[in-house]
Design a protein around this ligand. Structure first.
Ligand code: PMV
Length: 336
């Protein structure tokens, strides 16, 4: 395994821009959450968040993170989350400070980072993805780097793997890449829009999850006998999802995304110790979706490393969906 550290990637990527002072006092940016239709599940490099397979996601419109980064008025980093100051000892503040270390012009430069999430933090709703993407976009503006989308995606990946997909909108593919330094592992937009595509987010639990996606995918990759089938499943599913986008075949998109998510969760069940994110409510919701589908409702779902369910359907089914799931939060991925 490569011994490259994150800083070994950041230094050449920023070149002479690294070490320069910010060009403004404050900058702010928004990045959307994203939901993978074909999941990222397993790293070939833990330090650089390099994946074993490609993945393909859709962004969540207005749901995501707005982050503002300023030079700190005090000789310490100040971190707030949804208007609450986070003590330096919290996991959240520590993760940010470690990431900011990669970009400090000197150890005596500190930042104030204000993060506003419209998704629940660490409840399987991909807030770390939009969080690191928004932070990188804000830092790019603060320092006046004017980096390409490719390089912004690489920097966001160093914060959290799936964050590399949140610097873009719509359908986004993350190329796995093969290089040791990961400079070929970044996200790109997949051509095509789908204006009447809808996501329905069911927040079944806002509790912090028991196991992080990082731990879960590591345990699965190392111990699950089903993991060796995963890269084969991904290469088929990515091709099918791209085909469904090109031909606007909703049934193909829904079926592939749902089967991909279930296969990901199945690899976890065969791991040791077993990895299971589902709550009784998750299973009940899946069964309800399957029953509705049997009755003719074109409705599919996907799930990430948490108990919440994200449904996929088209705008013409909106009334039926809101009747069946009154608490659903509707997302229009392609609304401007
Ligand atoms: O980027 P991370 O480390 O939060 O991992 C995300 C993993 C999944 O959400 C389960 C899948 C994905 O592709 O987003």
């Amino acid at each position: 395994m490569s011994s490259l550290r994150k800083i070994d990637v950041v230094t050449p990527l920023l070149g002479e821009k690294r070490g320069q002072m910010p060009v403004k006092y404050c900058a702010s940016a928004f990045a959307p959450s994203n939901i993978a239709l074909c999941k990222y599940w397993g790293k070939r490099n833990e330090e650089l968040n390099l994946p074993i397979t490609p993945s393909l996601s859709i962004s969540l419109g207005k749901l995501g993170t707005t982050t503002s980064v300023c030079l700190s008025p005090e000789p310490r980093d100040i971190v707030t989350l949804n208007n609450r100051e986070m003590p330096a000892t919290t996991k959240f503040a520590k993760a940010l400070a470690t990431f900011l270390d990669l970009f400090r012009p000197s150890p005596t430069v500190f930042f104030r980072v204000d993060t506003q999430n419209t998704v629940p933090t660490a409840a399987g709703m991909a807030s770390s993805a939009s969080g690191f993407a928004a932070l990188v976009l804000a830092l790019d503006d603060l320092f006046g780097w004017a980096l390409s989308t490719k390089n912004l995606s690489i920097l966001a990946r160093l914060g959290s793997g799936s964050a590399c997909r949140s610097v873009l909108r719509g359908f986004v593919e993350w190329n796995a890449g093969a290089d040791e330094d990961g400079l070929d592992s970044y996200a790109e937009q997949v051509k095509g829009t789908w204006p009447d595509l809808r996501l329905g987010v069911l927040r079944l639990s806002e509790l912090e999850k028991e196991i992080s996606s990082r731990q879960a995918m590591k345990c699965t990759r190392l111990t699950s006998s089903l993991y060796e089938a995963w890269p084969i499943k991904v290469s088929h599913d990515i091709a099918l999802i791209k085909e469904s986008i090109e031909t606007r075949d909703f049934e193909l998109l829904g079926r592939t995304a749902e089967s991909n998510a279930l296969a990901m969760h199945a690899t976890g069940l065969a791991a040791w110790p077993p990895v299971l994110f589902w709550l009784p409510e998750s299973v009940a919701t899946m069964r309800k979706i399957w029953a509705l589908r049997k009755e003719g409702l074109p409705l599919y779902f996907t799930m990430d490393a948490g108990p919440n369910i994200k449904m996929l359907f088209t705008a013409d089914q909106l009334d039926a969906i809101t009747t069946e799931f009154p608490a659903v939060e509707i997302v229009e991925p392609f609304s401007s």
